[in-house]
Design a protein around this ligand. Structure first.
Ligand code: NAD
Ligand code: DAU
Length: 376
């Protein structure tokens, strides 16, 4: 039997990974370790919280003793590490929290796993430490898209995409060049993970994924924030000129990739995960406005006037674009959803789950956790 710790399982991507593993592998034991920061929300996991193969542990990954004891108690064989401070704007205001959780927290987990696994007779055999990272560690790409091409820049198949736009993508060997405190902290944690493989032989894997979208994303991130603002007819703060490009992947496709790589990925390898789905912010914002308007029975485009250009994010990376051909070629992974379908599903989900959103944005949610677990 596999006993797997998933860290950050109450967050956006983590909740999708926990749900997938709990439902797909009833024979595994899934232990969700989450500190429940502002971004952790147990409402994201309501549908699986009673499952017999699931356990939630409220804990800080920086707490080495608790991590080590938990690994012993649960005979842990695998770790899928998603817990992190994840929002770039917050990292600009408060970089220390990012260094603490993303760097020291990852190190604490690595060291706990090392001590626990090295004390077992079989040592690292059958074990796996899988670290979830981001494309932001690679820095920023230039805008290379030919003029006159309509967005998205890539609903084309990947090879055609390369032919059309050249080779200016992040690949697994792209040199790290992080710009924000968030990406610098993630880069540092990636280095520690690789160092534990190279120094101690720990069976590690790192993946770097592009921007995720879908249900249960905290409404500080572009897509859920804007969906909610459009619904309430509040201004949509577009940073700079709205020309920055992000490469969007539906969150369940990321979770499927994590499942595949956890089970079949090669130890010590890095895999990039992305959907060949680049959009300028302003173009994606227009799609979101049209979709929300249509689904709310408003005239499509009626809310375009909510677009408000504001001061740019400091150090705002111009373009991210992931080349995920290695993952496609070696493990046969492909995104399952076309973007049009994914965004329609996503907008519909947020509009159908207004209680989830209102709970967070009204502060009720904070109060609930304060009452249950003490002040955050
Ligand atoms: P999120 O902010 O929605 O969730 C993070 C979770 O980690 C929360 O539940 C939070 O309570 C928990 N957490 C934070 N600090 C903790 C600590 N010290 N101890 C224990 N738990 C703690 O983040 P997300 O968007 O789901 O991202 C998950 C991971 O995926 C992160 O490592 C992030 O860097 C990476 N990633 C995210 C994206 C994206 O587009 N969101 C893309 C690529 C990679
Ligand atoms: O690329 C992967 C990364 O994607 C993850 O590692 C991060 O955890 C995740 O937060 C995300 O980072 P971004 O900074 O790209 O995501 P965000 O949703 O904050 O912003 C997306 C783009 O939209 C970015 O260019 C900034 C812009 N933006 C964002 C917000 C919140 C705006 O123009 N206005 C806004 O209000």
């Amino acid at each position: 039997m596999k006993s797997i710790i998933i860290t950050g399982g109450a967050g956006f991507i983590g909740s999708h990974v926990v749900r997938l593993f709990v439902n797909k592998y009833p024979e595994y034991r899934i232990i969700n370790v989450d500190k429940l920061t502002y971004a952790g929300n147990l409402a994201n996991l309501k549908d699986i919280e009673e499952k017999p193969n699931y356990r939630f542990v409220k804990a800080d990954i920086c707490d080495f003793d608790t991590m080590y004891t938990l690994m012993q108690e649960e005979h842990v064989t695998g770790i899928i590490h998603l817990a992190a401070e994840s929002h770039v704007d917050r990292s600009i205001k408060d970089p220390f929290t990012f260094a603490r959780t993303n760097v020291m927290g990852t190190l604490s987990l690595l060291q706990a796993a090392k001590l626990y696994w090295e004390a077992q007779p079989e040592k690292y055999e059958g074990k796996r430490f899988y670290h979830i990272s981001t494309d932001e560690v690679y820095g920023a790409l230039e805008m290379t898209h030919p003029d006159g091409i309509e967005p998205p820049f890539s609903t084309l198949a990947s090879s055609e995409h390369h032919e059309a736009y050249g080779e200016d993508f992040f690949v697994e060997t792209t040199k790290y060049n992080p710009h924000s405190p968030y990406s610098a902290s993630k880069a540092s944690s990636d280095h520690f993970v690789r160092a534990f493989h190279d120094t101690y032989g720990m069976p590690t894997i790192v993946t770097n994924c592009s921007n995720n979208y879908g249900p249960y994303q905290f409404p500080e991130k572009l897509i859920p924030l804007f969906i909610n603002n459009i619904r309430h007819r509040k201004p949509l703060p577009v940073y700079g000129k709205g020309e920055n490009v992000r490469d969007w992947l539906y969150v369940e496709d990321h979770a499927r990739a994590i499942d595949l790589i956890f089970h079949q990925g090669t130890i010590a390898e890095t895999y990039n995960i992305g959907g060949f789905n680049e959009w300028k912010n302003i173009d994606i914002i227009k799609v979101v406005i049209n979709t929300v308007d249509r689904l709310l029975g408003r005239e499509e485009g009626e809310d375009m006037n909510l677009i408000t250009y504001v001061t740019d994010r400091a150090g705002h990376d111009m373009r991210y674009a992931i080349d995920s051909r290695k993952l496609q070629a070696e493990l046969g992974w492909e995104p399952s959803l076309q973007f049009e379908e994914g965004i329609e599903k996503t907008v519909r989900w947020y509009l159908d789950h207004q209680e989830w959103m209102d709970n967070i944005t009204s502060g009720e949610y904070e109060k609930y956790y304060d009452d249950m677990y003490g002040k955050r």
